[in-house]
Ligand binder design. Structure first.
Ligand SMILES: *Cc1c(COP(=O)(O)O)cnc(C)c1O
Length: 335
């Protein structure tokens, strides 16, 4: 399947009424910081707490006849969305994850009635397990980012932003496997090629960043991060998302754990929004002054809210955070 704007419009029709049409909220505080109108696309409001429902729902509607079980590998949010979509279709799901996935995310998936497999210490280990499962008759795998139907589903976010803010100039998109960035950039640039699309990711274990620099998909070592949903490789055999990110992303910017921490605090205290670390990398880059020559209006996608609320409370109250062998020095928020 060749991925074009037409497939993204088709996805929009397919998932209409099955996912939430999320609001684009103006942020007074971030508009002041950036000196340009700044908007937040609130994917935290999806029923599964993250945008991944769009791609999962689009792909789940198109699985082969006779499919009785959906499977996937996941850092948590895709699995929850596949489990949700399977339940909606009245079929089973088995979600494969590594031991790096936070318990709060696993609990959310279990609550939807999905089977759970925890294997290994990386997304690659989880992928191997789900590909073994998918060899069985009637089991269909849905990739978290490297599937045209998933990319088209995520691309509907781009269509909605352009419906609400036709003169948007810059899109700040959290980046991991690149399904989101690929879909959103394809949608936005097909409608207006002048829109800049910037990928944002953490500076520890960013697979797409390393791969774009190397000119081919490369392996990285996964480490614990506040942006746990951005962990994982892009697959050495990546078919789609790498090429699309290479073609469409104008830049990729890295943010530190400390910057992510501050951005979570900022979104909470200034906008009263709860979001997980992966969602705030666009905001983090903006407040850290890492985005020179921005043109506005700017929109960032606040991609998800699936964070352990005890861990979130520690961030909000300025506590130190232990991430594997890294100690993030906390500090109370100052406006
Ligand atoms: C998956 C995810 C991302 C990154 O999406 P990719 O398509 O893998 O690049 C960003 N934020 C959250 C909350 C996610 O769950």
């Amino acid at each position: 399947m060749d991925l074009t704007l037409a497939e993204i419009f088709a996805a929009q029709r397919t998932i209409s009424g099955k996912v939430t049409r999320t609001p684009l909220l103006p942020s007074r505080h971030l508009s002041e910081v950036a000196g340009l109108p700044f908007f937040l696309k609130m994917e935290t409001m999806q029923p599964t707490g993250a945008f991944k429902l769009r791609g999962a729902m689009n792909a789940a509607q198109k699985v082969p006849e006779g499919t009785h079980t959906l499977t996937c590998c996941s850092t948590g949010n895709h699995g929850r969305s596949v489990a949700f979509a399977a339940r909606k279709l009245g079929i089973k799901s088995v979600i494969c994850m590594s031991s790096l996935v936070p318990q709060a995310k696993i609990d959310g998936i279990k609550a939807l009635g999905a089977g759970i497999r925890i294997v290994g210490t990386s997304q690659d280990d989880a992928l191997a397990e789900c590909q073994t499962l998918a060899r069985e008759e009637g089991v269909s795998e849905i990739s978290p980012f490297d599937d045209p139907l998933v990319i088209a589903g995520q691309g509907t976010i781009g269509l909605e932003i352009l419906e609400d803010l036709p003169n948007v100039k810059t899109l700040l998109v959290p980046l991991s496997g690149g399904g989101l960035a690929a879909g959103v950039a394809l949608a936005a640039k097909s409608i207006n090629p002048a829109i800049r699309v910037i990928g944002l990711t953490m500076d520890r274990g960013a697979a797409m960043y390393a791969s774009l620099n190397a000119g081919r998909p490369v392996d990285i070592t996964e480490v614990e991060s506040l942006a746990d949903s951005l962990g994982g490789g892009i697959g050495l055999n990546n078919q789609r998302s790498f090429a699309l990110c290479k073609k469409f992303l104008d830049d990729v910017i890295l943010v530190s754990e400390e910057e992510i921490y501050q951005a979570m605090q900022m979104l909470y205290f200034e906008e009263a929004q709860v979001a997980e670390g992966a969602s705030v990398v666009g905001i983090a880059a903006c407040i850290a002054g890492k985005l020179p020559d921005l043109t506005g209006p700017i929109a960032t996608i606040v991609t998800g809210r699936n964070v352990d609320m005890r861990a979130f409370t520690n961030v909000i109250t300025g506590k130190d955070i232990i991430l594997g062998d890294y100690r993030l020095k906390g500090a109370a928020y100052v406006s």
